[in-house]
Design a protein around this ligand. Structure first.
Ligand code: BES
Ligand code: MN
Ligand code: MN
Length: 456
């Protein structure tokens, strides 16, 4: 199967098409981009069709539609279900972008745009890999595609979608490119992702803002109370203090941790790349462990009081914080949400009123390394990168991976091509051209090896 000649001939066109798609601001979180969401979905459907998929459609959900398409070469052959998302994170703060987030630009061999890596760039690799395979009439297995538009807002309607479309989505394995590798010269396959509980805490004091001279010192300040409560959620060893929080956390054996520690990692480079002088985290664990196999609690946003120019002497009436917890396999997002709520209420002083709300959540996921699909992904990457990929845990979340297992009974292979330097969710998100083209090269190899290993 000669993928490279076709790929090399068409590189510029693939890139131009992707840039066209990146120009559509498909931000799922902000209603202002609703029309763009549909436009981005239509664009994807059209290009999936042109690449050789049939029965392409936008399947409505109670939120944004799922883009579906398939190519069944022989019902007796194994079927791969490819998942990805066409929605992107908001681009704010805009002023920190060197080139505008929705006007993609190539600089130093990288595409700069919101969604360039997460996940439009990686989804588009699958579309072009399909085009190459159907163009050569060489697709060795069946493929179904489902691309959602709500991943960045918690895949809120996707479990329902999976339950209602079990027959249509019948497959042998799920293939996802929405994760990262260790480095371009050190390919890896993700085998674990964290789960999530995302909360909001609102603290209300007096029935109005107060003069901080007249009332200060005598009446509770909601900002101070909120800050105090958040601070108390971790002890001096950076352990989370919510009773029961660690009850279900899986502890890894010394052997497993030693295996994990083999992964190349340079603390000095890590700090330098982030512009920090030191790191911090839970005592007794390495940086890699803290960022992948340990649960976390972080404040993602906090506001209240006067934030305008100059100084205003005021005790605000309200303060609010968004707090997220990353969870590990075996922890339940619903249970963590419940014990977080109970704990916050139990530490709330009588001087204020506290409200706790839950945003989205999702379960952690582990994917097997002893499956045929993992073996196929490993062989495919070994062929394209010239090096056998290593299995790695990652700290991000893709809640639908747990749902694929629970609702469809399917295992997932997380064969992603991003890098930590891609700045996902951050200004100046980018994706290496090397990675984009490597992905397009590797995916057909995956189909090839998977069909070979799983085919009858
Ligand atoms: N693609 C990411 C998740 C990811 C990034 C996994 C890097 C591994 C490495 C995904 O789009 C994402 O951002 N997920 C959200 C999930 C949330 C909105 C439910 C996350 O992790 O914050
Ligand atoms: Mn993603
Ligand atoms: Mn994301």
């Amino acid at each position: 199967m000669e993928v490279l000649p076709v790929l090399n001939q068409n590189k510029q066109r693939y890139l131009d098409e992707l840039m066209g798609w990146l120009r559509i601001p498909s931000v799922s979180a902000d209603p202002k981009f609703n029309d763009d969401m549909f436009e981005a979905a239509e664009f994807l459907k059209k290009h999936l069709e042109e690449a050789g998929a049939v029965n392409c459609e936008l399947i409505p959900t109670d939120g944004f539609p799922v883009v579906y398409g398939e190519k069944i070469v022989d019902p007796a052959k194994p079927t791969v279900l490819v998942y990805g998302h066409y929605d992107v994170q908001p681009a704010d703060p805009y002023e920190l972008w060197k080139s505008p987030p929705f006007e993609p630009e190539v600089r130093n061999e990288r595409i700069y745009a919101r969604g360039s890596c997460d996940d439009k760039g990686q989804v588009y690799m699958h579309v072009k890999a399909l085009e190459i395979m159907t163009g050569m009439n060489a697709l060795p297995c069946n493929v179904k595609f489902m691309f959602e538009g709500e991943e960045e807002i918690g895949s809120i309607h996707l479990d329902d979608f999976l339950s209602k479309n079990k027959e249509k989505l019948k497959a042998d394995v799920v293939l996802v490119s929405d994760t990262s590798m260790i480095a371009n010269d050190c390919p890896s396959i993700t085998v674990g992702l964290r789960g999530l509980s995302y909360m909001e805490v609102e603290v209300t004091g007096a029935n109005r803002d107060l003069h901080s001279g007249v009332y200060g010192g005598a009446v509770a300040n909601p900002i101070n109370v909120l800050a105090r409560m958040i601070t108390s959620l971790k002890d001096e060893n950076f352990r989370i203090t919510i009773p029961g929080f660690y009850d279900d956390v899986v502890e890894y054996t010394a052997e497993q941790r030693a295996e994990m520690a083999k992964r190349p990692f340079e603390l000095e480079d890590y700090k330098k790349e982030l512009g920090i002088s030191d790191i911090e985290g839970e005592t007794g664990f390495t940086t890699i462990e803290r960022a992948t196999i340990r649960p976390t609690l972080d404040c993602n946003g906090i506001w209240g009081g006067y934030t305008g120019a100059g100084a205003k002497t005021v005790l605000p009436s309200k303060a609010t914080a968004k707090i997220s917890m990353r969870l590990v396999p075996n922890q339940s997002s619903a249970k963590i949400t419940e014990i977080f709520t109970r704990h916050i209420m139990s530490i709330a002083p009588k001087s204020v009123t506290v409200k706790v709300m839950a945003h989205h959540g999702g379960e952690a996921a582990m994917t097997p390394t002893d499956s045929l699909a993992y073996a196929a992904a490993s062989k495919a990457m070994e062929k394209s990168f010239g090096k056998k990929p290593i299995p790695t845990f990652e700290g991000g979340s893709i809640p639908v991976v747990a749902s694929f297992k629970k609702i469809l009974g399917l295992n997932t292979v997380l064969m992603g091509f991003g890098l930590d330097i891609d700045a996902l969710h951050s200004p100046n998100e980018s994706y290496g051209l090397f990675n984009f083209y490597k992905g397009i090269e590797t995916i057909p190899y995956f189909y090839h090896y998977y069909a070979e290993l799983a085919g009858k």
